[in-house]
Design a protein around this ligand. Sequence first.
Ligand SMILES: Cc1cc2nc3c(=O)[nH]c(=O)nc-3n(C[C@H](O)[C@H](O)[C@H](O)COP(=O)(O)O)c2cc1C
Length: 194
Amino acid sequence: MSEPTTEHTYEIDPALAARWSPRAFSTTAELNQDLLGPAFEAARWSASSGNSQPWSFVVGFRGDDVFTMLTDSMNPGNSVWAVNASAVVASIARTHNDEGEALSHALYDLGQAVAHFSVQASANGLVVHQMGGFDATALHGSLGLDDHHAVVTLFVVGTLGDPAELSERLREREAKPRVRKPLSDFVSGSVSYP
Ligand SMILES: Cc1cc2nc3c(=O)[nH]c(=O)nc-3n(C[C@H](O)[C@H](O)[C@H](O)COP(=O)(O)O)c2cc1C
């Protein structure tokens, strides 16, 4: 099983082209600190406003307490498939500095770091599925965060599993072609893309 049908107007790097968000994860594949290392290193080297690096990540592996805490906070529609992944990560933004001033680009910077992570993971043969469907307030409390930090997304990481093991509804979603707006919808100025 590979990713669903995708079309490209221009060739892109294979790691970017291969990245997608599956729900079928191998329940036997295991990850560990070393196997996730390159993806976190990629996140480390993403750009950020004033090099503020306003991101942090909390990682759990399937079977451990952190994994259970993070997957328990997910909406049921996400946890039903996400519990099969090998690892789960909470992405956290530092939203305010020590003086209490808002770091206005923190969410942008965190998103870039997660994008770096997901592309490096893809280059290493892993799959990542990000999600906003979880109880961020409850998780903020369970992680003991202060009000200068916010849990922004969770994402699961693993190896592609067998979609036949998903429910019929999820299997149908999994097989749907991946679609995007054309370049002409969102790029303008001195260019004219199809
Ligand atoms: C911030 C964010 C929140 C998302 N939330 C969810 C979610 O709660 N559940 C889910 O199944 N997918 C979620 N996704 C995955 C998107 O649906 C997916 O990235 C999008 O449909 C594009 O598909 P692709 O990643 O395969 O290219 C989220 C992605 C992002 C970046």
